[in-house]
Design a protein around this ligand. Sequence first.
Ligand SMILES: *Cc1c(COP(=O)(O)O)cnc(C)c1O
Length: 225
Amino acid sequence: MIQNDLQQIEYKIEQAIQGSKLSADHVTLIAVTKQLSVDQTKVVVEAGLKHLGENRPEGLLPKQAEIGSSVSWHFIGSLQTRKVKDLINTIDYLHSLDRMSLADEIQKRAQQPVRCFIQVNVSGESSKHGLADTELSNFIQQIASYDKILPIGLMTMAPADASEEDIRKQFKRLRELRDEMNQTGHLKQPMTELSMGMSGDYEIAIEEGATFVRIGTALVGSIKE
Ligand SMILES: *Cc1c(COP(=O)(O)O)cnc(C)c1O
């Protein structure tokens, strides 16, 4: 039952917040509904979730057409430049800003400033999207004049097969990078957010300072059964 899973996850989030000095006071839970149909996604909304995450425009748009703006819409997948125009004016958050060509297209197509997380490939795995940590400062400097991009924080995905120790190191590194970037002078407003943590590692992420966790399987997996 989603109600049970939700209760348990909310409890664990609270425990992780209480258990760490580095944690944020409040963590936003994003229900990742990419595996669900439109009707199954309505069950998630009825359970009380206020933030939904999707990783493809073809997944997000039909659900949004049905469910509307009673919830916040997070785009968490890699975004193709040619699809920006379909999506950018309907989402509330973009978690995957990872290249200048994408920033250019957002600047051209967005009617309002878009809250963006810059995706960082902390692990350095070649299969992962995201900027290298060494590219980050330069990227932030380049987008500083883009009034349609509001960089609110950093996002990363830890490798599924990494050890707990490695995962913790990567989340810690993302927090440090955010704090370093806030010292560069390139940002009009400091970045306050960290989007990190999924079904298998959200408690570690919160202990290391996550402010948004993106949870699919552990939260909504039962709806598919
Ligand atoms: C699918 C997905 C998630 C959720 O993954 P689970 O392991 O099912 O919780 C989180 N973030 C991104 C970017 C995803 O694509």
